[in-house]
Design a protein around this ligand. Structure first.
Ligand code: HEM
Length: 239
């Protein structure tokens, strides 16, 4: 698969309506239903409508409230969203296969259907948006927390972003920088060098939330002097 690298070329593709997210097939249940119902894998008016549902989920959670929670980012976010049942393991099972062709589909199928039940039992767009937000928040945020234990967050996002690349499909033949792309061709758009959260109309809407979750997790690792010395303060152990 051809790669588009460098901030300028990546941002150009991500803003170019002739490049779309590769479409996913319809699905009545499980991970196929989730992909077919969230904004992440939709285009056009369906993307606009479904992205707005995800943004509405996020708007209900002021990022600052996520700075105080310890634990896995999905646990902190789920609590802030008022989800009483523990969902982290289920969300992880979804996240490992969210991108088509990347994981164990049957594990993800079972987790999606269980999450739908926990969240009210409706296979509709608002339920998919909620599961989609939790899923998007899962691996990338956990990876950023891990990497930011060793170097500053900005540096990690620039040099070693948690989401390395995203896919786009060209609707028409075109050239991007020195790369010639055929109509229908799928390219990998690299996110190092500045666009770690994407760009354009599909840019990560959870950016502020992600940074707040990271700040909360790192603060828990290094308590301030008021809470005790690093050796004796609670929460300094690595888990
Ligand atoms: C370090 C953490 C994160 C990184 C690096 C990241 C990165 C990204 C990127 C690159 C995209 C765009 C993908 C594309 O254009 O193909 C995206 C989309 C998205 N992100 Fe994040 N994200 C992070 C955390 C979060 C969090 C915490 C949330 C929710 C609370 C979230 C919610 C979403 C959603 C809903 C989309 C889909 C947007 C759409 O398709 O319109 N992300 N993220």
């Amino acid at each position: 698969m051809q790669q588009i690298t460098g901030r300028e070329a990546a941002v150009a593709v991500l803003n170019d309506p002739r490049f779309v997210v590769p479409p996913v097939p319809p699905g009545a249940s499980g991970i196929a239903w989730l992909r077919a119902t969230v904004g992440r894998f939709s285009s056009g008016p369906a993307h606009d409508r479904r992205r707005a549902l995800a943004v509405a989920v996020l708007d209900a959670v002021p990022p600052a409230t996520l700075r105080t929670g310890g634990g896995h980012p999905v646990t902190v976010l789920a609590r802030a969203l008022g989800i009483a049942e523990p969902v982290m393991d289920l969300v992880r099972d979804v996240a490992q296969a969210y991108q088509p062709g990347t994981g164990d589909e049957s594990r993800a199928d079972a987790a999606v259907d269980r999450l739908v039940t926990i969240l009210g039992g409706r296979h509709d767009e608002p339920t998919a948006a909620l599961i989609g937000v939790l899923t998007q928040a899962c691996d990338a945020t956990a990876t950023l927390i891990e990497r930011a234990r060793h170097r500053p967050v900005d540096e990690v996002l620039h040099a070693d972003p948690p989401v390395r690349a995203t896919r786009r499909q060209a609707q028409v033949a075109t050239t991007v920088g020195r790369v010639t792309v055929q109509a229908g061709e799928v390219v990998l758009v690299g996110l190092a060098g500045g666009p770690a959260f994407g760009a354009g109309p599909r840019r990560c809407p959870g950016w502020d939330h992600a940074l707040a979750l990271v700040a909360g997790a790192l603060a828990r690792d290094s308590p301030s002097v008021h809470e005790g010395t690093p050796d004796t303060a609670p929460g300094t152990g690595r888990d």
